[in-house]
Design a protein around this ligand. Sequence first.
Ligand code: 13P
Ligand code: SF4
Length: 305
Amino acid sequence: MQNIQNIIERIQELKIERNAVILAHNYERGEIQDIADFTGDSLGLSKQAMEQEAEVIVFCGVNFMAESAAILSPEKTVLLPERYACCPMASMVTADALREEKMKYPDAAVVCYVNSTADVKAESDICCTSANAVEVVNSLEENEILFVPDKNLADYVSRYTTKKIIPWEGYCPTHNQILTTDVLRAKKDHPDAEVLAHPECRRDVIDLADRVFSTTGMVEHVKTAGNEFIIATERGILHKLRKDNPEKRFYDVSEYTVCPEMKAINLKSLLLSLENMQYVITVPEEVRVKARVALDRMLDIKRSR
Ligand code: 13P
Ligand code: SF4
């Protein structure tokens, strides 16, 4: 049985041999974030994937993130260390179902959250992330927006636009199960803490929050804000928040804020990924080209959250 230090050293060696870069989402296990070359939110990692000169991108996240990297960088080999790490929300809309819905709203623009499959992106006019959803929607000419798949993010956006938002009925199970009772309990326990919530949370939870951010938005905000924070999102981010700000205090909003898919990758699977060059994520060219249009339109919009 290899010890942790040996595994870490071998990953570092293989990274050089393979000319690989490791990207990790802010929700990944702490040890994966620590060994990654870059950590970030969905928007930041998409951009990193494009900018990298390495031949191989090892994407420590879920399937749709690795797919986005493969769409944006077809000349690179994109690896997802756990074959079945898939976002349940992304599976809540299919391209067929979206095509049917589009027929009901012929004048609507389709905005799809990046937490979606490549097939769904290919059926959409533009993508968005939690960091830029409001800006993306407001940048469009259309007054009707079919927003897929997150109903909570759709609802959040609807508060910052005059456009009619038609939500899909999808949701993130991890964020959707955060309840007002969790926030109220955490506030009672930590009355001086600022509450930061992710826009995948329900409206009533967001209403109790002081600020709403993407994961990288939270990372940036706490650098200059107060000393105590209640964090209403997936708990993996606490690792980064605590590591970057050892003098500040961060409290998880509840004990159930775990996304199992985001915890699928561990050091062993990362090592196996680099050793065996597994699992290669590819997107069929005709889907990739269409999905790329939707991602490129999003990337042209300046980030502000
Ligand atoms: P962000 O890091 O872009 O806010 O994404 C949240 C998320 O749920 C990714 O799965
Ligand atoms: Fe999907 Fe939610 Fe997990 Fe993100 S945290 S991967 S949105 S289930």
